[in-house]
Design a binder for this molecule. Structure first.
Ligand code: DLL
Length: 434
């Protein structure tokens, strides 16, 4: 089912995969121990030498790497290749502290292109496709990461980068774009702008979207698929591990296949560090197996997901991670209740009576946390229909309360008043953090 870029590797038996991962892990540990003093010290602290790591079963002995380690070694301290072998750097901005800098050798760029090509092939794309890359180009990995993968499969690559929304649509129409790459929130903004321009999904050739870089719910997927009449794929990645293309969902849309021949995923309990069994939710951890410039051992992503090792209906044997529901550090604690913005998104989109644009505002009055959810009305609803609006606000409030066990203030706002995003959407304003 579906198309493959590299069927042999994507469907290899789990036994073969185990042997390959073990061989690669042993080589990786030797490499970082020899080349990166920071890792050598961390291993010594745990009383480890490279010979202690003989197979993937020994992975748990190795120490975790965290964002803090990356900050302490800023900018190039964890690079495992000399700088004259590094041909590209990217950086992720991060909301707190210094940027995280990552480096790639020529082989790393080639591997990244290869894995992105696997992702594109999963959408059915090939050299006859036209792939519009509307992720930002620059230090952010989205634009260039998708770009090189699109070129690798031989598609016509259209590097529009993000922004200039009407022009994006004109290009889509004139150049016959078949695959669109951008954040899911931007996909929704593009759909909205298309509607305003009077362009219908049948007027363009778009067949698939490769959307990621931020959490989005299944309901959001349905909304985008219906409005653009396409298949919307979820692509995941992070600069530290490579960029986009660490995993993506196939046509079955039942989890994102992790390219396990190059990355080992684990799920841990974020509080204890203990490894959790398959199909259990926890923090996602990755070890890169083949990266040269910036390999990482047991990197704690802070993303919340779970892993499923059952063979997928598409035939791929590579583990599937559940759609990430958010980040452990995005979790809001409101009056002691844990809240992920994605839970609120699900409620709103499943009700389907408003537009999908919302903003969560958290504050503290005295010692009490308050939460307000601003939701946009659809263009055909006007805010002077007071009775109707009140009734809708109350029903949203009730549904939020039954899912979160938390009373929230619901404010319905006029259509198109909530800021649209061209990249990663900002959905939470936490005034308590000031
Ligand atoms: O966002 C890489 C990327 C670009 C992925 C384009 C997909 C498409 P960073 O800027 O370093 O890299 O941010 C990484 O974004 O740890 C997640 O919290 C979040 N994220 C990325 N993809 C998804 C996704 C890129 N599909 C951080 N679902 C990650 C949920 C995602 N969250």
């Amino acid at each position: 089912m579906g198309s493959f870029w590299d069927r042999e590797n994507e469907c290899m038996t789990r036994d073969r995969l185990h042997d390959l991962q073990s061989k690669r892990l042993v080589a990786l540990v030797k490499r970082v121990y020899t080349n990166v003093p920071y890792y050598r010290n961390k291993m010594h602290e745990k009383g480890l030498v490279p010979e202690d790591i003989k197979s993937v079963e020994d992975l748990e002995k190795l120490p975790f790497t965290t964002k803090q380690d990356l900050r302490e070694t800023y900018p190039f301290g964890l690079f495992a290749s000399p700088l004259d072998e590094i041909v590209r750097v990217h950086a992720s901005s991060g909301t707190t502290g210094k940027q995280t800098v990552v480096g790639y050798t020529q082989n790393d760029i080639s591997l990244w292109s290869e894995l992105m090509a696997r992702c594109f092939a999963m959408t059915g794309a090939d050299k006859t496709s036209r792939i519009q890359v509307s992720y930002g180009y620059g230090l952010f990995t989205g634009g260039l990461g998708a770009h090189y993968g699109a070129e690798r499969i031989g598609a016509v690559t259209i590097p529009t980068s993000s922004g200039n929304t009407q022009r994006q649509i004109t290009i889509m129409q004139d150049f016959g774009t078949t695959v669109l790459c951008c954040t899911p929130s931007y996909a929704l903004y593009l759909a909205e702008t298309m509607e305003e321009m009077g362009i219908k999904p049948d007027d363009i050739k778009l067949k698939a979207g490769v959307f990621g870089a931020e959490p989005w719910t299944e309901s959001m997927r349905v909304e985008i698929e219906e409005r653009l009449k396409i298949k919307a794929h979820d692509i995941y990645g992070l600069s530290e591990i490579m960029g986009p293309g660490v995993s993506m969902d196939c046509v079955c849309q039942k989890g994102l296949h992790v390219w396990e021949d190059h990355f080992i995923p684990e799920i841990i309990n974020p509080n204890t560090g203990e490894t959790l069994p398959a199909k259990t939710n926890g923090e996602l951890v990755f070890t890169t197996l083949t990266k040269e410039g910036f390999p990482l051992i047991r990197y704690r992503t802070r993303d919340v997901s779970s892993l499923d090792y059952d063979v997928c209906e598409c035939g791929r044997t590579m583990a599937r991670m559940a759609k990430p529901s958010g980040r452990t550090d995005d979790m809001l604690i409101i009056r002691g209740v844990n809240v992920f913005p994605s839970q609120i998104e699900s409620v709103l989109l499943e009700m389907g009576e408003t537009s999908p644009h919302y903003m969560i505002i958290v504050d503290r009055v005295g010692t009490l946390d308050t939460i307000e959810i601003q939701v946009e009305l659809t263009p055909d609803m006007v805010s002077d229909e007071v009775k109707k609006i009140e009734d809708l606000e109350n029903r949203i409030k009730k549904n939020i309360e039954s899912i979160l066990g938390l009373s929230a203030k619901i404010t319905l706002v006029e259509s198109k008043t909530i800021q649209r995003s061209e990249g990663k959407a900002k959905r939470v304003i936490d005034k308590r953090k000031k």
